[in-house]
Design a protein around this ligand. Structure first.
Ligand code: FES
Ligand code: FES
Length: 155
């Protein structure tokens, strides 16, 4: 039994069992950009967009995604070109080891889709569920701020 969904804008049928965690189903489908940190909904490294809202893919079952839209970090770039937000993370030093980065990017995209010019406080609030062990967060906030130059689309 497969689960049909729209994955990064393309209709797909994923063959993993419906009770498989979305995180595992995505990785089994070759989308390994989504990372597992805690596996318990605490770190945010597995964040994806489900119908436009950020969710922890380790807490969602594939079967819950039937007929819905999922966007992973792979869906943010335009072909081979980094999105403005991804480029800002590179340019501003918002990524170091990179484990948290896919989740940070996805959470930030969701924020910038709602708010064109969030304050630093709002950025920190929106990313509060995303844990980073490396950067001290300042560079991440700076990266999101730098991506606002494109009108807040960030992707
Ligand atoms: S791996 Fe999903 S929240 Fe940590
Ligand atoms: S860059 Fe290493 S955990 Fe964030």
């Amino acid at each position: 039994m497969s689960t049909t969904l729209t994955l990064n804008g393309t209709p797909r049928a994923l063959e993993s069992a419906p009770a498989t965690r979305l995180l595992d189903a995505l990785r089994d489908a070759g989308l390994t950009g989504t990372k597992e940190g805690c596996g318990e909904g605490e770190c945010g490294s597995c964040t994806v967009l489900l119908d436009g809202a950020p969710v922890n893919a380790c807490l969602v079952l594939l079967g819950q995604c039937e007929g819905r839209s999922v966007v992973t970090v792979e869906g943010l770039a335009k072909g081979d070109a980094l999105s403005p937000l991804q480029k800002a993370f590179v340019d501003e030093g918002g990524t170091q080891c990179g484990i948290c980065t896919p989740g940070m990017l996805v959470s930030a995209v969701a924020l910038l889709a709602e708010e064109k010019a969030p304050t630093d406080e709002r950025i920190r609030e929106a990313l509060a569920g995303n844990i980073c062990r490396c950067t001290g967060y300042e560079r991440i906030v700076q990266s999101v701020r730098a991506a606002m130059g494109d009108g807040g689309q960030g992707k």
